[in-house]
Design a protein around this ligand. Sequence first.
Ligand code: ATP
Length: 348
Amino acid sequence: MTMRVDLVGLTKHFGAVHAVEDFSLTIQPGRVTVLLGPSGSGKTTLLKMIAGVLRPTSGDIRFDDESVIDLPAPERDAPMVFHNALLFPQLSVEDNVGFGLRMRKTPPTERSRRVAEMLELVGLHDLRTRRPEQLSGGQQQRAALARALVVSPRLLLLDEPLANLDPDLRGEMRELLLTVQRSLGLTVLLVTHDQEDAIVIADHVALIRGGSLVQEGVVRDFFERPASAWVAMFFGAGNLIPGQRTNNEVVTPLGRLRVISESPAMGAVLVTIRPESVVLDAVEGQANTFQGRVVAAEFRGSHILMRLTAGGIDLEATIPVDDAKSHAVGSTVRVALPPEKLWPLPAD
Ligand code: ATP
């Protein structure tokens, strides 16, 4: 079952704390929307309001155009799965998974069938008689997911479901989530502070800061068209060069830089460029070239992160591991910033 969710001017104040402020977003049916933001930005508060366990101070929540503000949590069909799986310790895996169906008085034969189906889907069929304490963290997480899915929810709310998992399991869970979501056509809202989760999982990303929506779109937009310097830095843009822009030119401490960009920011700007777009060993005739000095070279597994300085500006660039030898710390290098990779942002 798929469902569209509209959050309309959603606001939650806890006394003087403005946890969520005038937040509007459409969560598309059958898609994975990731709500991304730093700690304390209001993500969990938003999720709880949608689940129905927290009442908004103002604003509306609509499921397929119908307000659910006055609908109690159990009737919303929007279960929440937390990073700590919150399974019932005294129940077996299959009884945990079947709990929601038992509450709904689903006949035993149908209940067994649906539980078995769901355990199969999350790969826990062989462990169905174990209690939660006999499962690993990742298995508990999968059991919690199965428990939420077995009731065929209209909307699945996931609060940092990957937070307690090591990198291997994280990858596995991400894949499982996507497989389940695609096969059931579920509408999913997943909360995380980890931009990698967003990159891998999201069809659509909403970035929240201080309770307000700062940008939404597909992941690529956040890399290529960040709405502010804060967004750019959150997504690891790495470089911010102050300057004064007129049309296609920005006057900066690195010289006059030509920009080819749809960004409307003019006047005082911060020009951002991702480290992987900075070119070292620029060739004759390239645009936006200048001399830089290598300050540090840090091994990052798949690449080397080069720290450079030029015109009093610190810059980051990434290069293949094998190229590091030709750029010793202290040496100079000809740098180029391709005009189409520069993205000017308002300076304030
Ligand atoms: P994290 O990623 O750390 O879980 P979050 O983005 O989920 O953070 P929330 O838990 O929604 O953030 O909290 C948003 C703000 O509201 C925080 O400043 C928090 O301290 C505050 N807050 C949350 N719940 C309450 C409450 N019951 N009473 C008072 N303040 C609260």
